[in-house]
Design a binder for this molecule. Sequence first.
Ligand code: ADP
Ligand code: MG
Ligand code: MG
Length: 243
Amino acid sequence: DAILELEDISFNYNNEKQILKNVSFKVNKGDMFSILGKNGAGKSTISKLICGFYKPTSGKIIFKGKDISKETIKERSEKIGYVMQNPNQMISKTMIFDEVALGLKIRGFNEAEIKERVYKVLKICGLYGYRNWPISALSFGQKKRVTIASILVLNPEIIILDEPTAGQDFKHYSEIMEFLKELNKEGVTIVMITHDMHLMLEYTNNVVVLSDGKKICDDTAINVLTNKEVIEKANLKETSLYE
Ligand code: ADP
Ligand code: MG
Ligand code: MG
């Protein structure tokens, strides 16, 4: 069953260069899915189109069978959780509790409900003990988990994470990936954006490979990794774990 479908998406930021070229793919409910490609392939652009930050020049974005291409960022954020690459771009409050509670406050939940849901998510994210800490006291990896918590608290069925492990040491890398795996087991569909083939093999089942704004492959992780032609074409040979 598809939860998210891209149908023939094309896009350019200005009129000079076409960034995405007729990209189509399907994410099934329960997937641990990767969008793989080297820097500049168009991965982040795709995630921003899905979430409504930009409008495609052609094509459709379909969520559970419904075309959401005309919906606002806010409307889409009720359906699709989006974790940006840089946690600092997402954080607006000083304290951890307040940051994670923000989305619920905006949506008019009462204080008791907010407390219950925020505590639950902070426990899941291993941040409960820090709930009254300032975010500035946290490590990069912990901040990342705060941004994931602030998305999870809204109970999305699907979460898109842009380079969730970029710039992290091995400890946080494993922590975050194992955590996403657990969430996936709980039924949350995960879409990861990455240039890291190792991460993809270990943690995802289905993959689309982007190269220069075009989809060049759509397959299982193991088939992608063993497809020399695709890896070469996508210029992925030089990628390593922590770049
Ligand atoms: P990736 O996430 O795969 O590294 P991006 O989606 O960030 O790729 O970028 C794809 C292409 O779009 C690149 O050529 C990049 O320079 C260009 N690009 C990204 N953001 C903008 C923008 N705001 N304005 C113009 N061009 C952009
Ligand atoms: Mg990039
Ligand atoms: Mg990117």
